[in-house]
Ligand binder design. Sequence first.
Ligand code: UDP
Length: 357
Amino acid sequence: MNLGANGPAGGSAGGIERSPQAGTRSMGQSTKFQNELGGGSSLRAVITGGAGFLGSHLCDYLIERDWEVVSIDNLVTGAEGNVSHLIRHPGFRLVRHDVSKYIEVPGPVDYVLHFASPASPVDYLQMPIQTLKVGALGTHNSLGLALAKKAKYFLASTSECYGDPQISPQPETYWGHVNPIGPRGVYDEAKRFAEAMTMAYHRYHGLDTHIVRIFNTYGPRMRLNDGRALPNFVYQALTGQPITVYGDGKQTRSFCYVSDLVAGIYRLMASNEHEPVNIGNPHEITILEFAQRILALTGSNVPIEFKPLPQDDPKQRCPDISKAKRLLGWEPQVQLEEGLRRTLQYFQQQVAAGPAR
Ligand code: UDP
C-alpha cells in the first residue's frame, strides 16, 4: 500500500504547521521555512539524541531557522560539548534523559525527531541492550509523545536495515539481508522494528510520520574514538599509528557530508512522504581507497595494517537516491575532498586538545 501523498495523515500540503493546541510563544518571528511551507510563529521540536553527532547538527539547523528546540540526550554517546554553543540561546534546551524511559515534555510540540541511538558498530557492540532498547522502547516512547502532542514525527533509520546487501545500489524497495542474531543485529533489528512501529503509528493512529534511511555520514563532532573508519583513520594518521584496514579493504562505503544529510532531512520533514527515503552520497569507494585518501590529505606516511574483518561487515553499501531526488529535489553538494578537509580541521583541534574522548 502506498501511503505517499494520500495516506491517512497526509493532511498538510508538504509543509510544517503549528500543531492545533500550540499556544503563543516568546519567539514569534516567522521564518523562511514557515513562509515557504506554511505555519506562523516559531515551531517547537523535540530532538532525541540531540547532543549526538547528527542530532546536534540538526539542532543547529533548526535553531538557525528560528525553531525552538528541546534536545533530549542521556549523553551515553552524545556530548554536552556538541551543543555548548547553543546553551545560552533562548530557543534551546538540553534535557538529560534516557528516552528508553517515559518522555515528558511540558508545553506544545510541533515535531518529534527520534535520533537517539548508539550508531557506530563499536558502540552498539559495547551497548547491545541499550541499543535494542532505544530503537524499540525509545521509538515507542517518542511516537507516544508525538501522538499526545499532535506533533509530526521523524525517525532516523539507517542503511543497516539493508544488512549485507545482495543488490547495489540499494533502493528503498529492497527488504534487506540482515543476520538477526549476529553482533550487528542489535542495531539493524532495532531500527527495522523502529520503522515497523513508526508505520504502525502512521497507519493505525494516523500520525504524520517520516522515515529517513541514513547512509554513512561524516563531519565535525564525530567522536574521535567512536571506532568508525573515518575517526580511526584520521586519529591514526594524526598520531603516527598504523591505519587499521579491516579485511582486504575491498568493501565499499559511500560517505555523505553532514550538512548535505541535514539539508535532506529538513526537506523530508516538510514532505508528504511517509515511507522510508534514502539520504546519502552515492559516490562509492573502497575502504582501502578511503584510507589512502586520508593519508594523502593528512600528509602522513604511516603504514596500512590489515586486520580481521568484523563479523557480518557489509561488503558494499551505496544508496540509490533517485527517490530523494524525485520527491525532495535533493542531492548532495559537498565533494569528499572538501568534506574531509573540513572534518580534518575539527579532528586536528580535538587531537591538540588532548586524549580522544
Ligand atoms: N573499518 C576499517 N578500519 C577501521 C574501522 C572500520 O577498515 O579502523 C571498516 C569496517 O570494517 C567497514 C568500514 O570500514 O567495512 C566502515 O566501517 P564503519 O565502522 O565506519 O561503519 P559501518 O559502515 O560499518 O557502519
